[in-house]
Structures are given as structure tokens and as C-alpha cells.
Design a protein around this ligand. Structure first.
Ligand code: NAD
Length: 301
């Protein structure tokens, strides 16, 4: 739990766009030192210039969060410049869809690499630094926020790779919370589970590395890309609203962070399926026309 952010240090992955960028803006406004991490150079450069102009001390790293070595080098540089970070936002992530048997090995490697291993690296590199700082100073407070998704609590169809990656992030984060509470009261953890919010997530493929480029997308993948694009761009909650919720959660030691609290109804339905050993409920029960459209599109020709 961090109540006074001034002069504290935040590490933010995916800081060039969306939630990462909005959290950086909020951090700058609150007087934090910022470590900006992103794989997209131009977006990172813009964010760095903006945060410096806002008066923040900034370290920027263009790197791929799925790389253990690049993340470790970044961690060493952060420790040297600012000491242990107080807030770590393991947020960089990419989206990919399609019927689960149509995803290629490269699709799995790319999405699990960024969404899961990126968070794993952030946690394994920074938690020990934070615990050491906490051990030396009883006043020291730190907090780790991992970005999952409502897709980490539900399993919407035609986006299996993403669902698997985000369930892993929820599991990792709940375990992190429990593990931290075994050893300290000074470092907390939260998991961010947004529903659809307009960011660059619909164009994630812009940052897919050449060596993990897939084959031509299948029909189900193109259908999902179009549906996600539509859902994301019509979201009413903004990325800035979500960033504010992240900071509020860090300041109040709240574990689950939702962008759309009403969407949690679907989680209740899913968990009731589990508890009653009932077959999974139709995810489109509330919006049958969307389900019908998707089925028709997938079965056509
Ligand atoms: N926007 C939504 O509707 C939504 C919903 C649920 C979860 N999320 C999650 O929110 C997180 C942030 O995404 P966003 O919506 O702000 O999208 P975004 O595309 O606007 O921002 C993601 C940032 O991560 C960076 N990035 C991508 N791959 C990277 C890598 N390998 N290494 C370092 N940086 C990388 C991108 O360059 C980009 O700047 C993601 O984990 C995403 O899965 C988003």
C-alpha cells in the first residue's frame, strides 16, 4: 500500500500506450520517478519526452518483456539509478484470437511470452529488491500490479490463447499476494482485470517480432480481430479512468481491480457452473444476436 507517491519510483511495462501510458501520466503528476519500458521505440520516445516535460525523472528502456536477459539488465539499471522500485506495473500485453486449435506454435510463443513470461520476469526480478528494501526500513512500502483481463476470470470463445495467458496472470497474482503475505506486510499485490477499453490492444500485431510472425491468419482469427476491434473501440470507460483505479487500488491495498464492475456477473455464472458441475453457460446468453452472428460467420462456406 503506497499512500504518498511523491519521490517514489514506478516501473511500468507497456508504458508507450494505453494503460501503461496513462499510469505514467498519473505517476508524473504525483511526482514519481518513472521507469518506462516498451518494445515500440517511437511510442516509448514520445512517452519519455512527455514525462520529462512534466518534470519526472525518467529512465526509458526499449525492450521485449518476454526476454529474461533484457528484463534482468533493466532491473539492474533501475536498482542502480533509483534503488528498489516502490510500484511495479507488469502491464505489457498483446492480444490474439481464433479457434483454439488454429493457433500456431508461434502464436502461443508470442502471446504467452509477452503476457505471462513478461509478468513472471517483472515479479522474479523486482520482488526480491522490494523485500530487501522493506527489510532495511520498516517504513518502506511497495506494491506490484499485474495486468490480466476479464479474460483471466472468464473464457470467452474464439480467443483461447489470450484467455490461457490471462488466467495464468490471475493465478500468478493471487499466489503472489498469498506468498507476500507469508513474508511481509510492506509489499502488496494487485491484479488489474479490465473489460473492453479503447487502447492500442486491437492492433497488438504491430509489435509482433519478425521471428514469431505467424502464417496467414485463419478465418476465425480474422473474425475475432474484427470483433475485438469493434468491442475495444466502443468501450466507454477510458484508459485514464483505469489508471486512476490502479492508483486508488495501490493506495488502499485492494487486490482485484475492475474497469467494469458490472461485468463481474459473468464470473459468478462461470463459478456457479464450476461449483454445480454444470456445463459452461452460453457466453452470449445476454446478447444472443452476437452469438448467432459469430456462429454463422464461423460456419459459413
Ligand atoms: N484494452 C483492453 O480492452 C484490455 C482489456 C483487458 C486487458 N488488457 C490488457 O491491458 C494491458 C495493456 O494493454 P493496452 O490495452 O493498454 O494496449 P496497448 O496496445 O495500448 O498498450 C500495450 C503496450 O505494450 C507494449 N508491448 C507489446 N508487446 C511488448 C513487449 N513484448 N515488450 C514490451 N512492451 C510491449 C506495446 O508497444 C504497447 O505500448 C495488456 O496486458 C492487455 O492484455 C487490455
Amino acid at each position: 500500500m503506497i499512500t504518498d507517491f511523491k519521490g517514489k519510483t514506478a516501473v511500468l511495462t507497456g508504458a508507450g500506450s494505453g494503460f501503461g501510458l496513462e499510469c505514467a501520466r498519473l505517476g508524473a503528476r504525483l511526482g514519481m520517478n518513472l521507469v518506462l519500458v516498451d518494445v515500440q521505440q517511437d511510442a516509448l520516445d514520445k512517452a519519455e519526452a512527455e514525462m520529462k516535460a512534466a518534470g519526472a525523472q525518467v529512465l526509458a528502456f526499449r525492450l521485449d518483456v518476454s526476454s529474461a536477459a533484457q528484463m534482468e539488465a533493466m532491473g539492474r539499471a533501475v536498482l542502480e539509478r533509483f534503488g528498489a522500485p516502490h510500484l511495479v506495473f507488469n502491464n505489457a500485453g498483446v492480444g490474439s484470437g481464433g479457434l483454439i486449435w488454429e493457433n500456431s506454435v508461434k502464436d502461443w510463443e508470442w502471446v504467452l511470452g509477452v503476457n505471462v513470461m513478461g509478468v513472471v520476469h517483472g515479479v522474479r526480478i523486482f520482488t526480491p529488491m522490494m523485500l530487501e528494501a522493506a527489510g532495511k526500513d520498516p517504513e518502506w512500502q511497495g506494491h506490484i500490479v499485474n495486468t490480466a483481463s476479464m479474460a483471466g476470470l472468464l473464457n470467452p470463445p474464439n480467443m483461447g490463447v489470450y484467455n490461457v495467458s490471462k488466467h495464468a496472470v490471475v493465478s500468478l497474482s493471487e499466489t503472489l499476494y498469498q506468498d507476500l503475505s507469508l513474508v511481509t506486510d510492506q509489499v502488496g499485490a494487485s491484479v488489474l482485470c479490465p473489460f473492453f477499453v479503447a487502447t492500442g490492444i486491437g492492433e497488438s500485431h504491430r509489435n509482433r517480432p519478425a521471428e514469431l510472425q505467424g502464417d496467414k491468419p485463419t478465418r476465425s482469427q480474422m473474425i475475432q480481430q474484427a470483433m475485438t476491434g469493434k468491442a475495444v473501440s466502443s468501450g466507454k470507460v477510458t484508459a485514464a479512468d483505469v489508471a486512476q483505479r490502479v492508483f486508488d487500488a495501490v493506495a488502499s491495498n485492494q487486490f482485484y481491480i475492475y474497469s467494469h464492475p458490472k461485468a463481474i456477473q459473468s464470473v459468478q455464472t462461470r463459478l456457479e457452473d464450476v461449483l454445480q458441475a454444470r456445463n459452461p453457460t452460453d457466453p452470449f446468453a445476454d446478447k444472443p444476436e452476437i452469438g448467432a452472428q459469430l456462429r454463422a460467420a464461423l460456419r459459413a462456406g
